[in-house]
Design a protein around this ligand. Structure first.
Ligand code: CMC
Length: 377
């Protein structure tokens, strides 16, 4: 409250700590920790299922626990028949994020333990949701190609199965390694907007499907996870490498945002960027598309010089997914297949906190409006 008794607003909730969390820490100086582990120590050393386990169980699994968890994820990948039918029936003009939002919500209708809100049931539910989101994404992609979705294989890791089901052919070791790294880097990120949306929903004691549905709708926006698709639009629009300078300077001259740049929390470079940039360089080298890589480096240089800001997760993630053969409208759904593990972890943490997240507002409307009946208005 101000001295006059007026509520002060914190625009955009910048720097407001809304709750405690022990799941991840976004250090403004340019580091990211999952349960205390620096992501630099995780990327390349573990697989995505280990990170999903870490987030929801709050500890890294040993080999036996990982094998059991991987098997559980694979067995839970199967979707209810009605959900498969519904995915196939969606018009092709719908954005995949629309379909994902609806179908995750529909999954709640088929949860036979819906009324069991014990911790054990929530943990099982969290595992099932982590497993089923990638299947929705793969099934949608395959059905839009008029192709069947292969069933997951027990000899593949969970992440490898996702790419296998999405593409229809077993991924190479290099593709699988890239996917593990990509998913690990996307898994959690403090109180980002979609996680906060999930936590607000969970804070009303609503169910996990509702929390994840809220989060999907929030992730979709271009200021958040929807940015990666816009990054690819921009790279396509720029065309040849020699057009970068004019295009990017033009955006900045017109006070337009360069998608995939800037961050609310980081004051230094986003710690995920170096991992993704390195992967993109290797992938472009192998695919002989180094002009694309050089384009990205040029954009980085111009934006940093003019605005002092760095690329965020979405910039190089877009090029990584493109190199994996993912169509750009599926970039944000790919992000979702990983961030869902963070959402369900935060949902369970919010249930434990058991406090309603309900901020206040500063009223700037009028008082004393005189009521007029409808026939007199
Ligand atoms: N391009 C050009 N200028 C920018 C950009 C950008 N992408 N981002 C921030 N700025 C400028 C902004 O214009 C402002 O400059 P000035 O002080 O001269 O007016 C200054 O940097 C501060 O920006 P802000 O809008 O106050 O920063 P914010 O914390 O409110 O916004 C953001 C953070 C991520 C929404 C914003 O940087 C943005 O819109 N970026 C583009 C969309 C994007 O890439 N989103 C992905 C976010 S991170 C990963 C994820 O969540 O998926």
């Amino acid at each position: 409250m101000s001295e006059k008794g007026e509520r002060e607003i914190v625009r955009g909730l910048r720097d407001v700590a809304a709750a405690e969390t022990s799941i991840s820490y976004v250090d403004p100086k340019g580091s990211l920790y999952y349960l205390g582990y620096n992501i630099d120590d995780l990327v390349g050393n573990i697989i995505y299922a280990e990170v999903a386990y870490l987030l929801i169980h709050k500890k890294l699994p040993n080999q036996r626990e990982l094998d059991t968890f991987n098997a559980e994820l694979i067995s839970e990948m199967k979707l209810p028949e009605a959900v498969i039918e519904s995915i196939r029936a969606t018009p092709k003009r719908c954005h995949p994020m629309d379909v994902l939002r609806t179908e995750v919500s529909r999954l709640g209708e088929y949860d036979l333990d819906a009324n069991d809100r014990s911790k054990e049931a929530d943990l099982k539910r969290a595992t099932r949701i982590i497993a089923q989101v990638p299947t929705i994404v793969a099934t949608l992609h395959r059905s839009r190609m008029d192709e069947p979705t292969p069933s997951p294989r027990e000899d593949f890791s969970f992440a490898k199965n996702f790419l296998y089901m999405f593409k229809g052919t077993p991924p190479s070791n290099e593709e699988t390694d890239v996917l593990h790294r990509l998913l690990i880097l996307h898994a959690d990120h403090g109180f980002n907007a979609s996680t906060f949306a999930a936590r607000v929903t969970a804070s009303t004691n609503s169910d996990m499907y509702s929390a994840v549905t809220s989060a999907i709708g929030t992730l979709r926006g271009p200021l958040h996870g929807g940015a990666s698709e816009k990054v690819m639009d921009m790279l396509d629009d720029i065309g040849q490498e020699e057009h970068v300078e004019e295009y990017v300077q033009g955006l900045l001259d017109n006070r337009k945002k360069v998608m995939g740049f800037g961050h609310r929390v980081y004051l230094a470079e986003d710690p995920r960027t170096k991992h993704l940039r390195g992967m993109v360089e290797k992938l472009c080298h192998r695919k002989r598309t180094m002009d694309l890589y050089r384009k990205c480096i040029k954009i980085e240089g111009i934006v940093h010089e003019r605005k002092g800001i760095y690329p965020n997760l979405d910039f190089y993630a877009a090029v990584t997914m493109d190199a994996l053969g993912v169509p750009k409208e599926f970039f944000t759904p790919f992000f979702t297949t990983s961030r869902v593990s963070g959402w369900v972890a935060h949902t369970m943490e919010q249930y434990e906190d058991a406090v309603l997240l309900r901020p206040s507002s500063k009223y700037v409307g009028t008082f004393g409006s005189t009521f007029v009946p409808i026939d007199k208005r």
